[in-house]
Design a protein around this ligand. Structure first.
Ligand code: DC
Length: 512
């Protein structure tokens, strides 16, 4: 989108995510991002290093005023500089944060910083964040946004940020510092922090970044993440059991028999924590094995026992129940010469676990064409009882079609017993996802290439919205998929982590 050479001013309280939001907007429009707080921080660092701030926080004003005349604080490659020295890291410490508000309240410091901000910003095409950009530095800025959020939310954000940088902050200290700074910033005499009358107010206490962008209406695109996408209960349970084990047994490996989830990015994350993936054939003796949500046939458990392995069974409760129903049905129909049919993907882990319950004595069909072939080959005896099941993640409409075909062929329709075995969570997602796909202009469906559920759900999206695209990671996004004004929906399979959907949403907003 073409946008005039304007100044965008983003003001607000500390740790409201101003800089993240400002950087995203700057990248989106090709503008320069300027962090005015960084200059106040650089001045504070300079005063601290020069010994002009005492332990009881008294500032030597005369020395600082003189010192500023020779101070070259500016923005450069990689952040904020004092002369040729990059001080980006040093200005972000809690010590500097503890001194910066009193320093920023000094009128001659504000004059020093304002002069620099004007020099950088006057030509336009900048997004500047701070406390008084829209009220004092650039009161004529064409777009002003005022950001706010609850104290506890902001303290938590700042705390997480510091932890990520390897610091060890105390949450209470962070909260205290934040409140002190807010107080000083909004009560000082010169250009205090306040909301400009013509600012758009954004309270992001309960918002993720992509929601803020949507709410502000600032970009040509709107992106929404399907609230129902993300891991299903069974996968969440398996992953949290794996993480619990790895945290409780540092240095001890945990071997998942097959991929714990069909998603490369999430696998990489868990591998980083110590999870290893092995095939059934290479289960290591005497180790701890994890049986994933898909479940396993009895032979795998027997083999693990032989190898002296400890087993953490994370079979999804819905699959576990289905395995039991299949065993019962087999005991019922076999003596009568009947048979079991499973609607599922041949070779899929869950299906192998299901047919393993009856020593492989069940017919698996993937679709109607495969059922027709089996019928033509005489592999189904319609004069005997037939019990039919579905893999838990298959499409309800596909299953209904298979059952109706069988029903029409039975010598006695009452001899066909249809088991309702599609997971409720998955079944309800089908209807909701189709609505989601219809309700957006473009659909970005995120899932691992291996995910069978992903394939089913993506086909469903395509059926509902032909501008649907499947990707495995944010790098696969193509700019030509999007047009100005599009409402973009981001969704995924039951094996797609929420954080990956967030990454994709963010990349769409940055790149478009
Ligand atoms: O955005 P920040 O937390 O890095 O800002 C550091 C301090 O600088 C903040 O407590 C208040 C001050 N500041 C200011 O007074 N005016 C600005 N425009 C930007 C920051």
């Amino acid at each position: 989108m073409k946008i005039p050479d304007i100044i965008i001013a983003i003001d607000g309280y500390s740790s409201t995510g101003k800089s993240t939001f400002a950087k995203l907007i700057a990248k989106h429009f090709g503008f320069t991002y300027l962090d005015s707080g960084a200059l106040y921080r650089a001045v504070t660092l300079f005063a601290m290093e020069s010994g002009w701030i005492s332990a009881d926080k008294k500032i030597n004003l005369a020395a600082l005023e003189k010192g500023l005349a020779g101070l070259d604080a500016h923005f450069g490659e990689g952040g904020t500089y004092i002369g040729t020295r990059c001080v980006e890291k040093e200005i972000r410490t809690l010590e500097v944060s503890g001194n910066v508000s009193p320093v920023a309240a000094i009128p001659f410091v504000r004059a020093y910083v304002d002069a620099r901000l004007h020099a950088f910003g006057e030509q336009g095409r900048v997004v500047m964040d701070g406390r008084d950009i829209g009220t004092a530095v650039f009161p004529d800025a064409q777009l002003k946004i005022f950001m706010t959020a609850r104290d506890d939310v902001r303290a938590r954000r700042r705390y997480d940020e510091m932890v990520m940088k390897g610091e060890q902050p105390v949450l209470e200290d962070v909260l205290k510092n934040l409140k002190e700074r807010d107080y000083i910033d909004s009560h000082r005499e010169t250009n205090p922090l306040r909301q400009a009358e013509d600012a758009f107010v954004l309270d992001n206490s309960e918002m993720e970044l992509h929601e803020e962008v949507r709410h502000s209406g600032i970009m040509a695109l709107q992106v929404e993440i399907d609230p129902r996408s993300g891991f299903c209960g069974g996968v969440i349970r398996a992953i949290s059991k794996a993480e619990e084990f790895l945290e409780a047994h540092p240095g001890e490996p945990l071997y998942s028999v097959g991929d714990i989830v069909h998603n490369e990015a999430e696998l990489e994350r868990l591998e980083g924590k110590g999870l290893r993936t092995v095939s059934k054939e290479s289960m290591p003796a005497g180790q701890t094995l994890l049986i994933r949500a898909h479940g396993e046939p009895p032979a795998t458990y027997a083999r693990a026992r032989e190898l002296g392995c400890r087993v953490i069974d994370c079979t999804c409760p819905v699959v576990l129940q289905l395995q039991g129903i299949i065993r019962e049905a087999y005991a019922r129909v076999k003596p009568l010469g009947g048979q079991l049919i499973i609607f599922g993907k041949i070779g899929h882990a869950e299906v192998l676990g299901l047919v393993g319950q009856v020593d492989g004595d069940a017919l698996v069909v993937e679709n109607e064409a495969m059922l027709d072939e089996a019928i033509a080959a005489g592999r189904i005896d319609f004069s005997k009882p037939v019990e039919v099941f579905s893999q838990t993640t298959k499409s309800p409409s596909g299953y209904a079609a298979i059952c109706s075909r069988l029903h029409d062929r039975m010598a006695r329709p009452e001899d066909l017993r249809v088991h309702d075995t599609i997971c409720r969570q998955v079944a309800s997602r089908h209807a909701q996802l189709a609505d989601f796909a219809r309700g957006h202009d473009v659909i970005i469906f995120v899932s691992g290439r291996q995910s069978s559920n992903g394939k089913v759900l993506f086909d469903l999206c395509r059926g509902a919205n032909e501008r649907s695209w499947q990707i495995g990671s944010p790098d696969e996004l193509q700019p030509e998929w999007f047009r100005d004004g599009d409402r973009v929906g981001v969704c995924g399979a039951t094996s797609t982590p929420k954080w990956l959907l967030e990454d994709v949403a963010q990349k769409i907003l940055q790149e478009k």
